[in-house]
Design a protein around this ligand. Sequence first.
Ligand code: HEC
Length: 114
Amino acid sequence: MNRTIVATVISIVLAASTAQAGGDAAAGKDKAAACVACHGEAGISVAPIYPNIGGQYANYLLHSLQAYKSGDRQNAIMQGMVAALSEQDMEDLAAHFSSLEGALKEGSLRPGKH
Ligand code: HEC
């Protein structure tokens, strides 16, 4: 294979993996600075009153953020947090926190692990 073909294959693979996740985890990491004070750098929260979000399914995280934004889910703190976020921001943040190992994958909350 020559270099052009290799580069093309790599960019197709990268594009496909980003599209599949819905959001861009790397971009989400940059946007997560405002979140880690409560939810922790690794998505493992700093206190029991904040949910662990690391390793949670991305579509669950995205749905939660959208629900705070629309008002379907009421919480003063989180409504303030999502107010300025775009749809793309929420997708990226969901992809980022979902990509983390978190606490959920090690615990019993995932099916098949006891
Ligand atoms: C000041 C503390 C604080 C900050 C900062 C914060 N959150 Fe939250 N977050 C909370 C609390 C408290 C809840 C639980 C609210 C509820 O009961 O619905 C929550 C809930 C959530 C949930 C729902 C989790 C679940 O299991 O249902 C998600 C997703 C989430 N936050 C993402 C984020 C993101 C992304 C950011 C950054 C943009 C962020 N949070 C910033 C306090 C915070």
